[in-house]
Design a protein around this ligand. Structure first.
Ligand code: HEM
Length: 223
C-alpha cells in the first residue's frame, strides 16, 4: 500500500468524505476475533466463551500525507452507531497498531523487547484520539498526551443494503520528537507496517475483545 503525498491541509484531509480519499490507494483487510485463549483475564476467558465477538470481519484502509501530517482512513460496516459509554453500553472503536522497532508480534500486541504503538479512536470521545504503548498482552499504557486527531462519520450505507458504515480518519504529525518513547516516528520515504482492530459497541466489545487484522500490512510513505 502507498500513502500518497498530497497538497492539502489537515482540515480537508480529516474529512472522511474529502475528495482526495477517492484517489488514495485502498486495501481490504480481513479481520478475525482475537483468540480467546490469549486473553490475559480468566474472567474474560470464561464470560466470552459462549458469546461470539469480533463481529467486524473486514476493513478498508487507506492513507495519505501532506509532508507534515499523516492520515489513515478506515471504513467498515456496522449496522448500528454506538457512541455512548455507560455502565452497560459500549462505544464503537477502532485502532491502528505499529511496531515501534524493526519488528514486533501483532498477535500479542508486541512483547517485552518489541513495543508497539496504538492509535485509538472511540466513538464517544469526539475528535480526541488516544495514544497507547504496549509490550505484550496486559501491558497497554495510555499516554497522558496525544497528538492524534480523529474525525468520524456513520451513515446507513444507502440503497440497496442499508448496512451502516463507519468512516474514521486518524491524523497525526509524522514526526513527534517530544514523544519518541511512546509514539512511532514517521517520515516520507519510509516503509512502515500497521495492523487494525475494531470494537463493535453494540456487542459490548472492549479492550481485548475485538476483531483484528492478523498480519502486518506493509505501507510506503511516498517521498
Ligand atoms: C492490530 C491489532 C491490535 C490493535 C490495533 C490493538 C489495539 C488495542 C488498544 C488501542 C487497546 C487499548 C484499549 C482501551 O484502552 O480501551 C488494546 C487493549 C487490549 N488488547 Fe489489543 N490490539 C490488537 C491486537 C490484540 C490481540 C491479538 C489481542 C489478543 C488477545 C489483544 C488483547 C488486548 C487486551 C487484553 C487489551 C486490554 C489492555 C491490556 O490488557 O493490555 N489485542 N488493544
Amino acid at each position: 500500500m502507498l500513502a500518497k503525498k498530497v497538497a492539502a491541509k489537515q482540515e480537508s484531509l480529516l474529512e472522511p468524505a474529502a475528495p482526495q480519499w477517492a484517489n488514495a490507494e485502498q486495501v481490504y483487510l480481513p479481520m478475525m476475533p482475537t483468540p480467546l485463549a490469549s486473553q490475559p483475564s480468566p474472567y474474560i476467558r470464561v464470560s466470552w466463551l459462549q458469546r461470539p465477538y469480533g463481529k467486524v470481519r473486514s476493513v478498508k484502509a487507506a492513507s495519505l500525507h501532506n509532508g507534515e501530517e499523516i492520515f489513515f482512513r478506515l471504513e467498515w460496516n456496522d449496522p448500528e452507531k454506538n457512541d455512548i459509554l455507560t455502565d452497560s453500553t459500549f462505544p464503537d472503536g477502532a485502532a491502528l497498531l505499529f511496531p515501534m522497532g524493526s519488528d514486533a508480534p501483532i498477535l500479542t500486541m508486541g512483547d517485552k523487547t518489541h513495543p508497539v504503538n496504538a492509535w485509538h479512536w472511540r466513538a464517544d470521545l469526539a475528535e480526541h484520539g488516544r495514544n497507547n504503548v504496549a509490550h505484550g498482552l496486559g501491558s497497554t499504557v495510555l499516554s497522558e498526551k496525544s497528538h492524534i486527531t480523529c474525525r468520524a462519520s456513520w451513515d446507513n450505507g444507502g440503497w440497496p443494503w442499508y448496512t451502516g458504515v463507519w468512516r474514521v480518519v486518524f491524523c497525526r504529525p509524522l514526526s513527534l520528537p517530544d514523544q519518541a518513547a511512546e509514539a512511532i516516528q514517521l517520515k516520507p520515504g519510509q516503509e512502515v507496517r500497521f495492523g487494525v482492530a475494531v470494537w463493535q459497541g453494540q456487542n459490548a466489545e472492549r479492550a481485548g475483545i475485538k476483531a483484528f487484522s492478523q498480519k502486518w500490512q506493509r505501507m510506503m510513505i511516498e517521498a
